[in-house]
Ligand binder design. Structure first.
Ligand SMILES: Nc1ncnc2c1ncn2[C@@H]1O[C@H](COP(=O)(O)OP(=O)(O)OP(=O)(O)O)[C@@H](O)[C@H]1O
Ligand SMILES: [Mg+2]
Length: 211
């Protein structure tokens, strides 16, 4: 059975889809077989995948699937049987619809775009993950390293009941640009985002290895 990672955060636009697709490509580049699942009716990860298919042609390097609410349980089981890593992108909600994804996951990643608003929205997801006894890890996204805001949000995040990943994704055009092209930052010309994603993939892999 492969590992299942759910990306969840109630706050809209916190970077869930960006995190999910960059991890998917990161794990695929690290030699893992990867499936991405979109449970968000907005279908952003699905649009990303279709753009990717169109751009790449041929056999997709990442598998893709969608499911809503209770369909998630069965679909995830199938995907995890056939892949090393399954990444579930979820809608900006924290309610009972999130439960099947949380229940099916080995690890929950909670992106926090560097703002207090994002931070305030974390607790409910941590609560739901805790109720399912799933480990959760906060990932700082759209980070602005070196600013007072970044330091403040990071400090407050560490007070919450979840670990904060050491690796973070900074606020970079390359993440937004590649997303729209069905690609990921690792597939853009080499820049600082490469090191960020590579470090995050390694950190998440290390957590999975310890489960
Ligand atoms: N690290 C980043 N640097 C720059 N832009 C980013 C970064 N992460 C996300 N964005 C941009 O912020 C916007 C929201 O990101 P994204 O769609 O990944 O968030 P989301 O949490 O999935 O949103 P939703 O809640 O609507 O599903 C997008 O325009 C995306 O390109
Ligand atoms: Mg999204």
């Amino acid at each position: 059975m492969g590992y299942v990672i759910t990306v969840a955060q109630q706050k809209g636009g916190s970077g869930k889809t960006t995190l999910a697709v960059n991890l998917a490509v990161g794990f695929a580049k690290a030699g893992k077989s990867v499936a991405l699942m979109d449970t968000d009716p907005q279908g952003s990860a699905g649009r990303w995948f279709m753009a990717r298919l169109e751009a790449q042609g041929g056999e997709p390097d990442i598998d893709f699937s969608t499911a809503s609410a209770w369909g998630v349980t069965y679909e995830v089981r199938k995907l995890a049987d056939a892949h090393d890593i399954v990444i579930i992108d979820t809608p900006p909600k924290a309610d009972s619809d999130l439960r099947p994804a949380l229940r099916a996951s080995d690890l929950v990643l909670v992106p926090v775009a560097t703002s207090h608003l994002d931070l305030w929205a974390v607790e409910v997801v941590l609560y739901l993950a805790g109720r399912e006894r799933k480990p959760a890890q906060i990932v700082m996204t759209r980070n602005r390293p070196g600013t007072r805001l970044a330091a403040e949000v990071a400090e407050k995040a560490r007070e919450l009941e979840a670990e904060v990943a050491e690796a973070s994704l900074a606020n970079r055009v390359v993440y937004a640009e590649t997303l729209g092209q069905g690609r990921a930052a690792l597939e853009a010309p080499k820049g600082p985002a490469h090191a960020e994603v590579t470090a995050l993939v390694a950190e998440v892999q290390a957590i999975l290895d310890q489960l």
